[in-house]
Ligand binder design. Structure first.
Ligand SMILES: Cc1cc2nc3c(=O)[nH]c(=O)nc-3n(C[C@H](O)[C@H](O)[C@H](O)COP(=O)(O)OP(=O)(O)OC[C@H]3O[C@@H](n4cnc5c(N)ncnc54)[C@H](O)[C@@H]3O)c2cc1C
Length: 471
C-alpha cells in the first residue's frame, strides 16, 4: 500500500528527500543477509540521529503507520520481515562511535554501528568488547541489544545484556528515554534498560548505547579435538574451565555430520579438516590471555591431559593465526548447510547432561519419518546452547511443506518442555518461533509481555506481532 501522501511529505521535511526511500529504491534492497529477494515496504526512512528518530516515530504514531526497525538484517527469526504496509526505520546512518573512556572501560555508540567496528575501536585503545558472533561484519549494536545476542564468548563475558551499561531508546509516540549510564554500579530504582534488551524492538527503537569494555587479550590459543564420547566432550570442558584460570573464551561442540559437511573436499566453500574425521564429536576450545608463552604452555598441558584421560583421541593446536582461522571456519561457515532445501534451523538450550540423548532421539525420529534426513548439530556447549539444522527430503503429497515444518518443530521443541530447555537460546522469537512461545514461557509470563507491549505501544505499531500478538 502506498504511503499516505501527507505522512510522506512530513517525513521528507523531517529527514530530507534522499532519506525517504520509495518504490525501486526499496525493491532494489535485499530482504535479508541470506535472502537477495526484493524488500517489500511502503518506504525506508533513514534518520541520522535520535532527534530525527523521535520525529519519524511521532509522525508514524500520529498517522497510525506501522514501523519495523532494521539494523544489519542478520537476525534469524524474521524480526525484520515487512510487507507493503510497513515503514522500515533503518539505523544505517546512525553508525558513529561517539566516545571511548579507556579508564572507565566504556564505549558510547550510535545503535547502527556494526559490531566489528566496535570491536576494532576497542582494540585500538588496547581494550576488547565482550561480544562476538559470526555475523560480526554486518550485525549492528542496536540489533545485538534488541535480540540480546549471545555468540562465541558468552561463556566468559555473558550475553549482550552483560555488555550494556546505558541505553537510549525512542518510544513509538516519539518520547526519548535516555538512560546513558556509564557506571558499573547504579541501583537507583528500576534499571529500565533491561526492559528493552532482548525485547526485539517491540517496545522502542534503540538509538544509542554505552557499552562495557574489557581488558585486552593478546595470547589466543585454539584447539580442534576429536572425542570418542560425549562424556569426553563434557570432561574436557570441565578440565579446561578448571585449569584456564578464567581464560576459557570459547568451547564449541560439533557433531560429526556437521564437521563432515563443512570440510567436504568436493565443495568449493569448505575448509579441509585438520584431522581424520573418525569420531562422533568434535570440540573447538579457545583460551585468551595476556602472557603469550605462559598461556600457550598452560593450554598445551590442559589439552595433553584430555588426551591422557582418553577424553580426546585426536586433534590439533593451531600454531598460527591462519590455522586458528581455518579451525573457526569449520564452525562458522554455515552457508554450506544452508544449501540444503528444505532445511529447518533451530537455536535451543537444554541442560548439557541431556544433549547427547536429545540429539540421538531427534535423529532417530527424523530419520524414522523421512529416511535420508540429516540432523546437523553444533553449538556453544558451555552455554547449554545448541544450533540444530534438520535437512529432510521434500514433503511428499498428501503431506505438505507446512505439515513437515510443523512436525519438525514438534520433534525439536516438545522434548525441551520436560528437559527444562528453551525453544530460543539466543536468536529470539520474532515471527518464526511465536507459535511455540508457550513451550518456554507460561501464560502469566506471556500476559505480562502483552501488557508491557500495550504500555509502550498502545496502537501496536512498532515491530507488530513479534514475540507476542495483542488480542
Ligand atoms: C552468520 C550468522 C551468525 C550468527 N551468529 C549468532 C550467534 O552466534 N549468536 C546470536 O545470538 N545470534 C547470531 N546470529 C543472529 C544475528 O546476527 C543477531 O540476532 C544480531 O544480533 C542481529 O543484529 P542485526 O543488526 O542484524 O539486527 P536485524 O536483523 O536488523 O534485526 C533483528 C531484530 O532486532 C530489531 N532491531 C534491530 N535494530 C534495532 C534497534 N536499533 N532498536 C530496536 N530494535 C532493533 C529488528 O526489528 C529485528 O526484530 C547470527 C546470524 C548470522 C547471519
Amino acid at each position: 500500500m502506498p504511503l499516505n501522501p501527507d505522512l510522506k511529505n512530513q517525513l521528507i521535511q523531517s529527514v530530507g528527500v534522499s532519506h525517504v526511500l520509495l518504490y525501486e529504491d526499496v525493491s532494489s534492497r535485499a530482504k535479508h543477509y541470506w535472502n537477495s529477494d526484493s524488500r517489500e515496504a511502503a518506504a525506508i526512512v533513514r534518520p541520522a540521529n535520535t532527534q530525527k528518530v523521535s520525529e519519524v516515530l511521532a509522525l508514524c504514531h500520529r498517522w497510525r503507520q506501522r514501523v519495523v526497525t532494521h539494523g544489519g538484517l542478520t537476525g534469524l527469526v524474521d524480526g525484520d520481515r515487512t510487507d507493503d504496509n510497513d515503514l522500515v526505520l533503518s539505523l544505517e546512518r546512525m553508525n558513529v562511535i561517539e566516545s571511548i573512556d579507556s579508564v572507565g572501560k566504556t564505549i558510547t555508540v550510535q545503535a547502527g554501528c556494526v559490531l566489528e567496528t566496535v570491536q576494532q575501536a576497542a582494540a585500538e585503545q588496547h581494550l576488547s568488547f565482550g561480544l562476538d558472533l559470526g555475523a560480526r561484519g554486518s550485525c549492528t549494536i542496536g540489533g545485538n541489544i534488541s535480540t540480546n545476542a549471545g555468540g562465541l564468548s558468552v561463556l566468559r563475558y555473558g550475553m549482550t545484556r552483560e555488555q550494556v551499561l546505558g541505553l537510549e531508546v525512542v518510544l513509538m509516540d516519539g518520547r526519548v528515554v535516555s538512560s546513558m549510564n556509564t557506571l558499573m554500579k547504579n541501583n537507583a530504582g528500576h534499571d529500565l534498560k533491561h526492559l528493552f534488551i532482548g525485547s526485539e524492538g517491540t517496545l522502542g527503537v534503540i538509538t544509542r548505547a554505552v557499552l562495557r569494555l574489557r581488558p585486552p587479550t593478546y595470547s589466543v590459543n585454539t584447539a580442534f579435538l576429536a572425542c570418542p564420547s560425549f562424556q569426553g566432550v563434557t570432561e574436557s570442558l570441565k578440565h579446561l574451565e578448571l585449569t584456564s584460570a578464567g581464560q576459557l573464551h570459547a568451547f564449541e561442540v560439533l557433531w560429526k555430520s556437521f564437521v563432515q559437511l563443512n570440510t567436504d573436499p568436493s565443495h568449493p566453500a569448505t575448509t579441509a579438516a585438520p584431522i581424520e574425521l573418525s569420531e562422533p564429536y568434535y570440540i573447538i576450545a579457545e583460551t585468551r590471555g595476556v602472557h603469550i608463552k605462559q598461556d600457550a604452555d598452560s593450554f598445551a598441558r590442559s589439552i595433553e591431559y584430555c588426551f591422557e584421560q582418553g577424553w580426546a583421541i585426536d586433534g590439533v593446536v593451531a600454531q598460527s593465526q591462519q590455522e586458528q582461522q581455518k579451525i573457526w571456519a569449520i564452525r562458522e561457515n554455515i552457508e554450506v548447510m544452508l544449501e540444503h532445501d528444505p532445511l529447518y534451523i533451530f537455536d535451543i538450550s537444554l541442560p548439557i547432561a541431556s544433549m547427547e540423548s536429545y540429539i540421538q532421539t531427534l535423529n532417530d525420529s527424523v530419520q524414522g519419518l523421512w529416511p535420508g534426513s540429516t540432523v546437523f548439530s553444533y553449538g556453544h556447549l558451555a552455554d547449554g546452547n545448541l544450533h540444530v539444522g534438520v535437512a529432510t527430503p521434500a514433503a511428499e503429497p498428501p503431506s505438505t511443506a507446512e505439515d513437515q515444518y510443523e512436525r519438525v518443530n514438534r520433534l525439536v521443541f516438545e522434548p525441551l518442555q520436560t528437559l527444562g530447555g528453551s525453544i530460543s537460546a539466543e536468536h529470539g522469537i520474532g515471527l518464526t518461533k511465536k507459535a511455540w512461545l508457550s513451550y518456554s514461557r507460561n501464560d502469566e509470563e506471556i500476559r505480562l509481555m502483552q501488557s508491557l507491549k500495550m504500555l509502550f505501544d498502545e496502537h501496536n505499531l512498532l515491530n507488530t506481532d513479534r514475540i507476542v500478538s495483542l488480542c
